[in-house]
Design a protein around this ligand. Structure first.
Ligand code: AMP
Length: 189
């Protein structure tokens, strides 16, 4: 199976070609089509397998038709939320997502703890369709009303098992309570 057979947007295909990805990895072959079809997903995949693109690509494909070139923050609600256990993973996912979303109007941002929250506020307040976050810092931004999650259609729990091991369950529950009940959930462990 090729990326073209997955009927991805030409901008996404061009980005993959520029990266030299000739064909989908096994997790991408298994995950992309079901996510595009609107299914929830429970997947076991380690870092290094191409896991990030397996959820970022179908999510970008789904939210591209809704993307706006307006500068108004209201036109850029968070439509997809990726939760990660650590700053390192969040940054890595965000870097990849930015590369896969190149030349599209979709905005991505990453928030994580351990740094001054003020450095992250302008990006989230400006509006962002794809937000990557560690749970605690996301709650800080929610408390400060920098971000609103009531239009999230896609939730990804990356390294979900590790998030639970690290004691993030109460934070996750608070975040889940703020999301629309009608959404797609993708869980990676
Ligand atoms: P990940 O498991 O998402 O951390 O990805 C591991 C590495 O594989 C990253 O450096 C990606 O850029 C790369 N990668 C992801 N998908 C592909 C692909 N289909 N072909 C070649 N490299 C890929």
């Amino acid at each position: 199976m090729s990326f073209a057979e997955l009927a991805l947007d030409p901008r996404l295909l061009a980005n993959l070609q520029a990266l030299g990805y000739s064909q989908p990895t096994p997790i991408q072959q298994q995950a992309i089509a079901p996510v595009l079809a609107g299914r929830d997903l429970l997947a076991g995949a380690q870092t290094g397998t191409g896991k990030t693109a397996s959820f970022v690509l179908p999510i970008l494909q789904k939210i591209l038709p809704l993307a706006s070139t307006s500068t108004s923050p209201a036109r850029h609600p968070v439509r997809a939320l990726v939760l990660c256990p650590t700053r390192e993973l969040a940054v890595q996912v965000a870097d990849n997502a930015q590369t896969y979303a190149k030349h599209t109007p979709i905005r991505t941002a990453v928030v994580f703890g351990g740094v001054d929250i003020k450095t992250q506020t302008p990006a989230v307040r400006a509006g962002v369709e794809l937000l990557i976050a560690t749970p605690g810092r996301l709650l800080d931004h929610l408390e400060q009303r920098n971000v609103n999650l009531n239009q999230v259609q896609y939730l990804v729990l990356d390294e979900a098992d590790r998030m639970l091991d690290m004691g993030f369950l109460p934070d996750l529950q608070r975040i889940l309570n703020l999301l629309p009940k009608q959404r797609q959930t993708l869980l990676f462990s």
